[in-house]
Design a binder for this molecule. Structure first.
Ligand code: G3H
Length: 540
């Protein structure tokens, strides 16, 4: 069977799916969590269609995963009231709870979450088309992130438990929560990236409202009871629906203290502008990127190509950190392309439950048409599709396309494709990729492939002032999660990592007094008799 025929036959009958991976009855979520209550919703529902199509008796159909509530401004403002009440100007049980008790609650939540692992992975796979193995990895990485966050908080707390004496003043400097946090994560890591903001926000004593991403919503359903049972009422509230209806009123109220958003800069700008006092809104944003690879003339071809294929095509290129444009020295570009095609052809494509699959159907509406448009535009300006069947489409499935030679007249040169299209630009002068990166709207990461230490060192010194991570002979990536994840220009605001996130969702606050006996006695009494949750010398 040719690739073309195989792509044509990529979707098949339900009974051919191994039992373990089949989606049984649709998941109808008619509940939502506000103020510690699972409320019943009887209003309009949003149907969730999987990117996976199935073959039925009368033709192909998109599998229905289930449905979730389309809340309105009213419920959204109720969620806000609940979060404000739970925070209670910093006097609520959660923000005043000793750190060690908050840690216990988060540990309990993580235990409950583990009980739901299979259900969550299953929904993750069906909702966004992520392979089963990658979905499992996303889940496990999230559990690790929670554990690492707890460890980092313990370290932070120990470091802040000492008193500092300086110029006749004694003080204890600790971190205090900020208030109500609105968290919104992306569809490509709907669980992990949302949790990289929710967990640190919660553990630092804030209350949270979160909206699941546009795809990857139902996977939160199995967690609602755990959220309800482990946190005090109103500490976690979840809203669903159209952003304009449910998010605009939240921001416009001026009562959101922190916006944690991972998505497009256009939406981030829109949201920030809606706040009546933007200076009051602390933001942590993970936005677009167009990470480049610079392949030098002495690059070790085998490992370079393997890393570039993985970097540009893992999870169909739907990673903010994906390599989205490859600059390859013209001396080696022919060999590079040949090897790239060979390596690309080894990638398994198919349904997300199939063992070892990398290329799977895409969840975004009209995404294949968008990618087709990018490819056609590039062809118009002189690019060729270098791999057989590159760009072949079957409904939500897009067979990866390697484009060459790409130039600055093509849309794909600047647009973030966020999909399986790989543009290759040949260069002779190293200033070509350097200028591209300098002029780019984005500044997340770059990958350099080569052998010569002097050349690499020179490039490193130029590029560290343009992006936030320079990868040598390896693809761009966020992990390990203890590394700072940041970006310049339109790529990010603020830094996320296990430790940075704890700082983002809190503020350093000092309790100070004069270094005189009477005041020291008061401090000693407070600490010794554990009269305060904030002032303490306890070791957790
Ligand atoms: O989509 C952006 C993710 O943060 C990328 O994470 O590099 O580990 O795939 P990753």
């Amino acid at each position: 069977m040719s690739i073309d025929e195989k792509v044509g036959a990529i979707f098949y009958e339900e009974d051919k799916i191994p039992e373990k991976f089949r989606l049984q009855d649709p998941v109808v979520q008619n509940e939502y969590l506000i103020k510690g209550q699972l409320r019943i919703w009887s209003g309009p529902m949003q149907e969730v269609l999987s990117p996976v199509w199935l073959k039925g008796a009368t033709g192909f159909f998109q599998k229905t995963v289930g449905s979730y509530p389309l809340l309105t401004e009213r419920e959204s403002l109720e969620a806000l009231d609940a979060a404000i009440l739970a925070y209670d100007s910093g006097r609520g049980p959660w923000p005043t709870m000793p750190v060690c008790d908050r840690i216990l609650r988060v540990e309990e939540f993580s235990r409950r979450m583990l009980e739901k692992k299979d259900e969550i992975i299953h929904l993750l796979m069906w909702e966004i088309g992520k392979s089963y193995q990658e979905s499992e990895k996303e889940f496990d990485r999230t559990i690790d992130y929670i554990r690492n966050t707890i460890d980092a908080l313990r370290d932070l707390d120990r470091a802040s438990s000492k008193f500092v004496a300086e110029q006749g003043i004694i003080g204890q400097i600790r971190r205090a929560p900020l208030g109500v946090v609105l968290c919104m994560g992306p569809f490509n890591y709907p669980l992990n990236e949302t949790f990289t903001t929710i967990i640190p926000a919660l553990i630092m004593g804030n209350t949270v409202i979160f909206k699941p991403p546009k795809f990857g919503v139902l996977l939160y359903y199995p967690l609602l009871e755990a959220f309800r049972d482990t946190f005090p009422p109103g500490v976690v509230n979840i809203v669903y629906g159209d952003g304009r209806q449910i998010i605009t009123p939240l921001i416009a109220s001026g009562k959101i203290d922190v916006l944690a958003f991972i998505g497009s800069s256009m939406v981030a700008d829109l949201l920030k502008r809606q706040h009546p006092k933007p200076h009051r809104l602390r933001s942590v944003l993970g936005l677009e990127a167009k990470n480049a690879a610079i392949v030098l003339s002495d690059a070790d071809m085998g490992p370079t190509v393997r890393e570039c294929v993985k970097g540009s095509l893992s999870f169909n290129g739907q990673r903010c950190t994906a390599l989205k444009i490859l600059f390859v020295h013209s001396k080696i570009v022919d060999l590079f392309l040949e090897r790239f095609v060979e390596e690309m052809e080894k990638l398994k494509y198919g349904m997300p439950w199939e063992e070892g699959v990398t290329i799977t159907p895409l969840p975004e509406t009209d995404k294949t048409a968008y990618l087709e448009g990018l490819v056609k535009d590039a062809q118009l300006f002189g690019a060729n599709i270098m791999n057989e069947y590159g760009g072949a489409i079957n409904k939500t499935f897009f067979y990866p396309a390697l484009l060459y030679p790409v130039n600055d007249r093509m849309r794909v040169y600047l647009e973030e494709q966020f999909g399986p299209v790989v543009p290759v630009v040949p260069y002779d002068d190293i200033e070509t990729p350097i200028q591209y990166i300098i002029e780019s709207s984005y500044g997340q990461q770059v990958s350099i492939f080569g052998k010569d230490a002097d050349t690499i060192a020179n490039l490193v010194d130029v590029l560290v002032n343009q992006v936030c991570r320079v990868n040598i002979n390896s693809m761009c990536q966020r992990g390990p999660d203890i590394f700072p994840f940041a970006g310049r220009k339109d790529s990010a605001e603020g830094t996320l990592s296990v430790t940075d996130a704890l700082r983002i969702f809190s503020i350093r606050t000092i309790v100070a007094t004069k270094d005189i006996e009477s005041d020291k006695e008061i401090l000693t009494k407070i600490v010794k008799e554990r009269k305060s949750n904030f002032l303490s010398a306890g070791f957790i």
